[in-house]
Write a protein that binds this ligand. Structure first.
Ligand code: FES
Length: 175
């Protein structure tokens, strides 16, 4: 009987110790989200994009991409006069847009399809809608196509002054 009582006592102590760990675990669980949130808070990106003259409106033909580079020589893209006004389109007709032509998924070069105004990736077949700000419409990419922020001056010179998405292979972006 004495042995039996000792076992009961050990069992009770184990139970109490387990309860203490559980309580400590709960306290940790309560404290963790605050720590996680503090670590997850993103820092402010301090990159400034250049204002680069890319072309003149007279250089553009409707639905024919004009190859450019922005924000530097290693970042290929196009300017495009779509022929119909689109949201975010620049110029008197509101139809001039510009995009990176590097696929945001894994960096393959994109091809333009003039029939449906889409950019198409030969890598894993993502597609992006030029009429809808480069929105991804199909495929592996989880990001939209980076679009240029354009400004057109009184002489018709077209300037790119920012991007709205992260360029593939770059560490930071701001607009
Ligand atoms: Fe374009 Fe993968 S690189 S979909």
């Amino acid at each position: 009987m004495d042995r039996c009582n000792k076992l009961v006592d050990v069992g009770r102590r184990q139970f109490l110790r387990g309860g203490a760990f559980a309580a400590a675990g709960m306290a940790t669980a309560v404290a963790l989200p605050a720590q996680s949130q503090a670590k997850a808070a993103p820092g402010l990106a301090l990159v400034e994009y250049p204002s680069n003259k890319l072309a003149n409106v007279a250089d553009l033909k409707v639905n024919e991409p004009l190859e450019v580079n922005y924000p530097d020589e290693n970042a290929p893209g196009v300017l495009l006069k779509l022929g119909t006004k689109v949201e975010g389109g620049a110029g008197a007709d509101g139809d001039i847009v510009g995009f990176s032509t590097v696929c945001p998924h894994k960096g393959f070069p994109l091809n333009y399809n003039a029939e449906d105004h889409s950019f198409n990736c030969p890598g894993h077949y993502s597609r992006f809608d030029a009429d809808a700000g480069g929105q991804q419409i199909w495929g592996q990419s989880t990001a939209n196509l980076p679009q240029y922020a354009l400004r057109i001056d009184a002489k018709g010179d077209i300037y790119a002054e920012g991007l709205d998405e992260l360029l593939y292979g770059r560490l930071s972006n701001v607009l």
